[in-house]
Design a protein around this ligand. Structure first.
Ligand code: TLP
Length: 348
């Protein structure tokens, strides 16, 4: 029985083409700037996102941390969404290592932040207050369910931030999914922000890595911070090579993941006892809830016994993520299995 793993797109394995490229990669010492494969990945990433320069990092968490460490000074305040990945899942790194004060604005359902609330949260110049120096956005938005923010919204948020002297960092771990969902080139979504990072190891199927992009000057400062936190990776071309293959081969197939997510959401929305919005499922993340008569534990155990893995969120909330290793027929099998589990509790 094939185990269908919908916990995350991070579970995707490298393709044979990636492994071959890794084997053959031309490498050098990246701390000396001499790894041609890393240099190429950084240049190509920056060009794709309309920035001057890129920095290859070990993970999305490291890219976000470096962005916060580079944009802020100890004691500065950072405005971010109440559901931001940086706030929830990055171990408080920016506060622990950079002394940043994280201040939240409620995330709207679509992952955006109400700009009036953002403006009201920016600290005025006052002896008593910390300095607000950064606004963080996220696109697609993980905890909001893979939702997207448009180029127009991003531009307005950046205008507001810049007017008040704040920089803007975009957590674009899945920015290529956002571009596909919105039908725009990725650079349109990233043009107005000061820095953006994307992940190679999620929908793009590469084994490791993320790239942080921004101005040449910003990236040089981030490069020094990367060295400081032990992220100088020497012959990293071995892993960057897979990233280059990811950029060549994985972007065009993202619509398949989105179609499978819609298929899953549509199927779930038809199962009594499950609550799922097809309309809100716009990328490769599917959020759904169980009604109160389906016990969460029985649902989780039932899924496990039937070879289906999913991420369990708070209470009766679940997340399923489609990716390269999940096909339409797998989605149909998942729906059948869920139907069987749920019907035990809803048929009488
Ligand atoms: N997200 C992971 C988990 O950490 C929850 C996942 O399975 O979705 N930004 C966003 C928006 C992310 O979704 C993630 C990973 C990261 C940053 C961090 O990337 P990594 O895991 O490479 O450090």
């Amino acid at each position: 029985m094939k185990v269908i793993d919908l916990r995350s797109d991070t579970i995707t394995l490298p393709t044979d083409e990636m492994r071959k490229a890794m084997f053959e990669a031309e490498v050098g010492d990246d701390v000396y700037g001499e790894d041609p494969t890393v240099n190429l990945l950084e240049q190509r990433s920056a060009a794709l996102l309309g920035k001057e320069a890129g920095l290859f990092t070990a993970s999305g968490t490291m890219s976000n941390l470096l962005a916060l460490l580079t944009h802020t000074r100890a004691g500065d305040e950072v405005i971010l969404g109440s559901e931001a990945h940086i706030l929830w899942y990055e171990v408080g790194g920016a506060s622990a290592l950079g002394g940043a004060n994280l201040r939240t604005v409620l995330n709207e359902e679509d992952g955006s932040l109400d700009l009036g609330s953002v403006e009201a949260t920016i600290r005025p110049d006052d002896l008593h207050y910390p300095t607000t120096s950064l606004l963080c956005l996220e696109n697609t938005h993980n905890r909001c369910g893979g939702t997207v923010i448009t180029a127009e919204y991003t531009a307005s948020a950046c205008n507001l931030a810049h007017r008040h002297g704040l920089a803007v960092h975009l957590d674009g771990a899945r920015i290529f999914n956002a571009a596909v969902a919105l039908g725009v080139p990725p650079a349109r979504l990233t043009a107005p922000v000061d820095s953006v990072c994307y992940c190679l190891s999620k929908s793009l199927s590469a084994p490791v890595g993320s790239v942080l992009c921004g101005s040449g000057e910003f990236i040089e400062r981030a490069r020094k911070k990367r060295k400081m936190i032990g992220g100088g990776m020497r012959q990293a071309g071995v892993i960057a090579a897979a990233g280059l293959v990811a950029l060549d081969t994985m972007l065009d197939r993202l619509p398949v993941d989105h179609a499978n997510a819609k298929r899953l959401a549509a199927g779930l929305s038809r199962i009594p006892g499950i609550e799922c919005s097809v309309e809100k499922t716009v990328s490769n993340l599917v959020m759904f809830g169980l009604s109160s008569h389906v016990p969460t534990d029985a649902f989780i155990d039932g899924l496990r016994e039937r070879g289906v893995k999913m991420a369990h969120r708070e209470g009766p909330r679940f997340r399923a993520v489609t990716h390269r290793m999940v096909e339409a027929e797998d989605v149909d099998r998942v729906l059948e299995e869920i139907q069987k589990i749920v019907s035990k509790f809803t048929s009488h």
